[in-house]
Design a protein around this ligand. Structure first.
Ligand SMILES: *[C@@H]1O[C@H](CO)[C@@H](O)[C@H](O)[C@H]1NC(C)=O
Ligand SMILES: *[C@@H]1O[C@H](CO)[C@@H](O)[C@H](O)[C@H]1NC(C)=O
Ligand SMILES: *[C@@H]1O[C@H](CO)[C@@H](O)[C@H](O)[C@H]1NC(C)=O
Ligand SMILES: *[C@@H]1O[C@H](CO)[C@@H](O)[C@H](O)[C@H]1NC(C)=O
Ligand SMILES: *[C@@H]1O[C@H](CO)[C@@H](O)[C@H](O)[C@H]1NC(C)=O
Ligand SMILES: *[C@@H]1O[C@H](CO)[C@@H](O)[C@H](O)[C@H]1NC(C)=O
Ligand SMILES: *[C@@H]1O[C@H](CO)[C@@H](O)[C@H](O)[C@H]1NC(C)=O
Ligand SMILES: *[C@@H]1O[C@H](CO)[C@@H](O)[C@H](O)[C@H]1NC(C)=O
Ligand SMILES: *[C@@H]1O[C@H](CO)[C@@H](O)[C@H](O)[C@H]1NC(C)=O
Ligand SMILES: *[C@@H]1O[C@H](CO)[C@@H](O)[C@H](O)[C@H]1NC(C)=O
Length: 867
């Protein structure tokens, strides 16, 4: 047998001897054949012998792209088959190739070459090209998952990749309608992308791969993932002990991999060994308790969760009922002779027991028929006045609707002498702070009674200051809070006796007020508190307050009126600002401990919507001093002009063009000179409601720079344009008369102020009248802060034109005015000085007292002083 290998060496030699010469140019039209995957196909190749004489030849089939021939045939030798074609290629007819089980890779160009061995190499050899088309229906290489859980808003990608010949096209359908690309939907060759899922994107997505040979489809359901929701919650159950109990807990969820957890009175059942062993949680979440026991009663909570969203819970109650039973039978119970006493029956029952039968010395004992014996609600027997006849051997049997679980053991009831107080504390003790009190208490009895002390209000005795020796209570360095009722308890098995004594801690300052609460508006705060022990004297209050975040360490104080009131409103506060408040109480002996500090923030004021100026305790409006400009600001005032008028010079302007933010008042800023040589800005104002202002102090020949600011209630807006005004020089006689008239009116105002001041001074000197006067008229608040917008103008400064005319001077003249400066501003010594600083408007004036400015508000109807 010759090995095929040696033959193929020969053939390869032949191959090199007769190099192929088949140029594609000289070829006839190539043949195209088509086959379906798996079928057989014949690749045709025919030739003629040279000159019609048969000679030996070699057939060689090559595939374009594969270097080595895929099939070589030489007569008499076993054919060679290239890799991938083993067993599939054979010769058909003369030179055609019979290819079986065609697969997709077989597609391509094939060339058939024929070599005639005994032929001169010069002649062209025959050959032909055949193209094989392999048709394959599409099939999926990557499929999207059957179900996709999504959340609305998420990004979604559905992969889908198919192969086939011809290359299949992918078509997407959503709910059976073709899907088109859009801004949020991107259809790629192997993927569908939806950038931000909308509810309308939820549905069934079908991916279809299609070519001439056929089509395949796959579907992905896009479902909104849903957290587990309990559809059938557990229901209250009432079971007889020993029965089984079943709590449902059905839940719906997507995906539906719900885990169930059960809790008994909020403790996971798996942690309760006494219960866990009798429970099963079924696959559908149902909790089965079998058998039930009395202590299983309670709340059962089912918690469902599928990893999405938050778990949901539902609960129901289990009531395990059982016949009434006695839990404990003390072998001996004592009754105190001559006092009231109780014989106890320790009953447990669900539902509660209906009645209890008693036996005494084996004979039925019917308490209801006996005078002085009462059946208590809890089943015990009360003997109102114990006698020796009550002694005996008792048994009790409780019943409820389920009957009874049995009778108690015999309880020996013994009547004994009760303990006796041999020494009792006094009814009351009157002690001063820091003193010491001894409250004696002694008792005797058989068995020996114990003595203990407690406070009647349940609070603890001060450990480090309270000492009990024998039965005597000693309380050292008494404090105010020790005030109260004390009980001495004398106790043995037979009876518990209590006697009490009141400790009055006198000569003390009041206790700290409690329960301070604050209710705020934008400019005011109402403080309410609960008084504590007043120390034996009438108490009054002082409120301390300050802004929290200004680093202001100075508390301002204000005395509460009317005296004894436990609520008080503070005015003149800053809006949107956190304050601290503290209430001090005082009595004739002095100031007590302060309440806890309470913080509260004043409200934010909506400037564009506000009702205008804030009001004080009298309902009068006032112009607030704002420390911190907040909120929307009014625009700049317009068209500022200065004109000479009879009384002097009128500065007038137009309100801001944009009326959205209402103007509360204006300030005028002015400086002497203009440009870089000018002095510092000074101000006139506030000017409410007016858009003009009368100036009398302009010096003829001086140059002034003037600008106007509009303020909302919460602060200044932008300034108007600056204008330069050169005061015309010359003769002023014409207007001087008017100026004098104005000066007279000013003088009247000064005079009124002087009255005010003199009254003040008198009042300050007269402490007794002071109190009366306070009650009659006064409302005392705090010193005003430095006006944030700058310093006030000097005395004798001009006034708004119209207000000047409407001056309420007459009504003030006819009123009696009292002013008091409160002690809580410090201690006004006799040397305290009250100086009239200025009139800013006809209705207000500012005083300074001990260097602090105070604000005087004079209302036309009712005089008042705001200090
Ligand atoms: C090659 O074979 C074809 C038939 O398939 C024939 O018509 C043609 O004449 C042959 N050419 C040569 C050079 O033998
Ligand atoms: C091709 O080869 C297969 C398997 O050997 C055979 O069944 C089939 O008849 C052949 N086809 C032709 C046309 O010779
Ligand atoms: C279940 O029992 C609880 C407590 O006993 C009760 O508050 C609740 O109303 C009951 N629920 C129903 C549905 O009866
Ligand atoms: C349930 O399945 C979802 C998605 O398959 C998974 O995110 C979640 O963690 C699972 N939840 C639980 C409780 O196993
Ligand atoms: C029943 O009530 C009385 C009075 O309230 C009490 O002294 C007694 O201890 C109670 N009995 C039981 C068994 O709790
Ligand atoms: C308790 O006080 C009483 C009366 O002051 C006194 O007689 C008694 O000795 C005191 N007991 C003790 C243990 O100090
Ligand atoms: C005061 O506050 C305490 C504790 O916050 C509360 O228990 C009490 O009822 C309050 N008293 C009044 C009168 O509101
Ligand atoms: C706080 O003030 C508002 C409005 O003035 C009032 O309705 C409310 O009852 C007050 N609350 C308290 C606790 O005083
Ligand atoms: C305000 O000034 C502007 C420009 O300076 C002028 O057009 C306008 O008429 C003035 N308005 C009034 C009411 O004087
Ligand atoms: C007026 O002022 C308000 C608040 O500053 C602003 O929102 C509004 O746009 C202004 N209107 C005009 C017409 O400028």
């Amino acid at each position: 047998m010759i090995k095929p290998f040696t033959h193929w060496i020969t053939l390869i030699i032949v191959y090199f001897i007769f190099p192929e010469k088949t140029g594609s140019t000289s070829q006839p039209e190539p043949e195209r054949v088509t086959a379906n995957v798996g079928e057989n196909v014949i690749l045709n190749c025919a030739f003629d012998y040279p000159e019609g004489i048969p000679v030996s030849y070699v057939i060689q089939w090559q595939k374009l792209g594969i270097d080595l021939p895929i099939y070589i045939w030489y007569d008499g030798y076993p054919p060679h088959t290239g890799t991938g074609y083993e067993g599939r290629a054979s010769l058909s007819g003369q030179a055609s190739l019979n290819l079986t089980k065609v697969n997709e890779e077989d597609q391509g160009w094939y060339e058939c070459k024929v070599f005639f061995l005994n032929r001169p190499p010069t002649l062209p050899k025959n050959g032909s090209w055949v193209h094989l088309d392999v048709h394959a229906p599409p099939h999926f290489k990557v499929k999207p998952p059957d179900v996709v859980y999504v959340k609305v808003g998420e990004f979604l990608s559905l992969p889908c990749e198919a192969a086939g010949t011809p290359a299949p096209t992918l078509i997407w359908y959503k709910d059976n309608s073709p899907l088109e690309a859009s801004s949020s939907i991107e259809i790629l060759a192997n993927e569908l992308r939806i950038s931000s899922l909308k509810q309308s994107d939820i549905g069934d997505y079908l991916c279809m791969a299609r070519n001439r040979e056929g089509s395949v489809t796959t579907t992905a359901k896009v479902i909104v993932a849903g957290s587990a929701v309990i559809t059938v919650p557990p229901r209250n159950l009432t079971k007889l002990e020993g029965d089984k109990a079943e709590f449902t807990c059905e839940a719906k969820a997507l995906p539906s991999n719900v885990t169930y957890q059960w809790f008994h009175n909020n403790v996971d059942i798996s942690e309760l060994s006494w219960l866990d062993t009798r429970t099963i949680i079924k696959r559908d979440g149902t909790l089965l308790i079998n058998p039930t026991s009395a202590e299983d009663s309670g709340q059962y909570t089912c918690k469902v969760f599928n990893g999405i969203g938050s778990p949901e819970t539902a609960f129901a109650y289990l009531t395990v009922e059982y016949p009434a039973r006695v839990t404990y039978s003390p072998t001996i119970q004592y009754l105190p002779l001559g006092l009231s006493g109780i014989v106890r029956c320790f009953v447990q029952a669900n539902p509660p027991f209906q009645f209890i039968t008693w036996t005494k010395d084996r004979r039925p004992f019917e308490p209801n028929n006996l005078p002085g014996v009462v059946s208590l609600n809890n089943g015990s027997l009360l003997f109102q006045r114990v006698t020796n006849e009550h002694q005996g051997r008792y048994r009790c049997t409780p019943y409820n609707i389920h009957g009874t679980a049995g009778t108690s053991n015999v309880m020996e009831v013994l009547v004994r002498e009760p303990p006796l107080f041999t020494l009792k504390p006094k009814e009351a003790y009157q002690q001063s702070v820091n003193s010491e009190v001894k409250m004696p208490c002694e008792g005797v009895g058989q068995p020996k009674p114990t003595i203990s002390w407690r406070k009647a209000d349940g609070s603890k005795l001060p450990k480090e200051r309270a000492f009990i020796r024998g039965g005597n209570l000693t309380l050292k360095s008494i404090k105010k809070e020790d005030h109260g009722r004390y009980e001495c308890v004398l106790e043995n098995e037979i009876a518990t006796l209590v006697t009490s004594s009141l400790l009055n801690v006198d000569s003390t300052t009041p206790h700290a007020p409690t329960n301070v609460s604050v209710n705020t508006s934008a400019f005011a705060a109402t403080i309410t508190w609960q008084p504590s022990y007043d120390g034996g004297y009438e108490q009054t209050y002082v409120i301390w307050y300050r802004m929290v975040d200004t680093g202001d360490t100075n508390w301002k104080t204000i005395r509460v009126y009317p005296e004894g009131s436990t609520t008080f409103t503070l005015y003149y506060l800053q809006p949107d600002t956190e304050y601290e408040f503290q209430v001090y109480s005082r009595n004739i002996l002095g100031e007590g401990l302060p309440s806890l500090v309470v913080k509260a923030k004043t409200k934010v004021l909506d400037v564009t919507n506000s009702q205008g100026m804030p009001t004080d305790g009298y309902g009068s409006t006032y112009i607030p001093s704002v420390f911190k400009s907040t909120g929307p600001k009014p625009g700049p005032p317009r068209n500022v002009t200065v004109t000479r008028v009879a009384q002097g010079h009128a500065i007038s302007w137009l309100s801001p063009a944009n009326k959205t933010v209402p103007v509360a008042y204006y300030y005028i800023e002015y400086k002497i000179g203009s440009g870089s040589g000018a002095g510092a800005w000074k101000i006139w104002g506030p000017i409410a409601k007016e858009t003009s202002y009368l100036v009398k102090t302009f010096k003829p020949g001086d140059v002034y720079t003037i600008r106007v600011f509009a303020h909302s209630i919460l602060g200044a807006g932008q300034p108007s344009e600056e204008i330069r005004y050169e005061v015309p020089g010359g003769n002023f006689r014409h207007s001087k008369d008017k100026a004098i008239a104005a000066g007279v009116v000013g003088g009247i105002l000064f005079f009124i102020a002087a009255i005010v001041l003199s009254v003040c001074t008198v009042k300050i000197c007269n402490e007794r009248k002071r109190r009366k006067a306070e009650k009659a008229y006064l409302m005392v608040t705090c010193p005003i802060m430095n006006v944030a917008n700058g310093q006030s103008s000097q005395a004798g400064s001009p006034m708004p034109l119209k207000s000047y005319e409407e001056s309420r001077v007459p009504s003030l003249v006819n009123s009696s005015i009292s002013a008091i400066l409160q002690k809580n501003f410090g201690n006004p010594s006799s040397s305290s000085e009250i100086v009239l600083q200025r009139f800013s408007t006809p209705t207000t004036a500012t005083l300074s007292f001990n260097g602090l400015p105070y604000y005087f508000g004079l209302n036309s109807s009712k005089p008042k002083i705001i200090v």
